[in-house]
Design a protein around this ligand. Sequence first.
Ligand code: PMP
Length: 460
Amino acid sequence: MTETTRSTAQWQAADAAHYLHPFTDYKSLAAKGSRIITKADNIYLWDSEGNKILDAMSGLWCVNVGYGRQELIDAATAQLKQLPFYNSFFQTATPPAIELAELLAQVTPPQFKHVFFSGSGSEGNDTVVRMVRRYWDVLGQPERTVIISRHNAYHGSTMAGASLGGMSGMHAQGGLPIPGITHIEQPFWFENGQGMNREEFGIRAADWLESKILEVGADKVAAFIGEPVQGAGGVIVPPSSYWPAIQRICDKHGILVVSDEVITGFGRTGRWFGCETMGFKPDLMTFAKGVTSGYIPLGGVMVGDRIAKVLIEQGGEFNHGYTYSGHPVACAVALANIRLIQREGLVDRVRTELGPHLAARFAELGEHPLVGEAQTCGMMGALQLVKDKSANRVFDSALEVGMVCRGHCFGNGLIMRAVGDRMIVAPPLVMTIAQVDEMVALIRKCLDLTLADVRQRGWL
Ligand code: PMP
């Protein structure tokens, strides 16, 4: 436990003096001061001023089973006492890592029987790049190195993760992407497909992959990577035609398919993994976040039979790994978390009850004068704010209307994220129906406040 006796101002001063936060403009944060979160329970957070906040983002898309779950706390405590750390490098392993590998093979699609553990989603995607290239090398096709991704994808913040991702702001810093990674346009109907039927647009967006493969040369392309539903890019749910078409194109050219399930894994979309919701069969799946519900860091890559067979039978030593690959405490928490998801039937509950309810309530929010598009997939949702609803015309991005709305959310006890002018949620999977309604009522209130605000500023 840390000292909890300081005032908010004291925490903020020490924070500004010493702590460089992720994805932050330091000068502007120091001027505003951080919000200090001090405790949590179920779907709620409390800040250092005692305000209660509904966490509609599950922390950072990860606290799927909600805060304060005793089973996870007990699992960590027991493992810390029994064996707080040992590695899996030199002909060793620990029971929690082995048991988790076994359980993951059960809950993932049937082509997955093997896992490689990392400490985070970014590291998992670094592993993907190295493993995919190693696979083709072992098969005698070392020239197959290029990985195709999408603009506005998010795959992490390490050199490889940020390169795989398609965030222009990230590429602009540090000389990214690294060589051998190229991007196609995202399947974002609202931005790129209006005037077209959504499903036709899905096929068109998949065709961009085939054009890119032909441009690069199929014999040079190692893999395609994508999030089943883009998360950090703004909860962009692709048309249902998209992923099956992507799969057909990859199969035709023998290209590996990588599903980045860091957000969509472990029930978020109403199936165990997003690829099952979207109808495709990846060769590799990156996971993190929901595997431990964020209680402790853990990530990894599920390795499909096609790749595992080559690496195991022909690969020799794979010169790659992390100190915390298979960390016993993280694995023990993951085991407790997955068993809890199974015991409480959370995945089915998202598919049959919670997800449909969120979809219905978001469809109502879609009627709001500020909302041009409302989309959900399981327990992920997005509201696209627009200036002119009838023509789906957006605001000037420089106005940062999304940030105005986010400010109203914070001010009214709700954490909702703004991606440009797209307001997004990914709440815990343990919500009750009444809590979904509570969240939707707060969102409506904040949309109304934003509308009044925007009118008053003369932006409408
Ligand atoms: N992939 C996806 C799809 C993600 O959403 C994220 C994190 N938001 C990552 C990878 C990176 O994970 P981490 O922050 O644990 O490195």
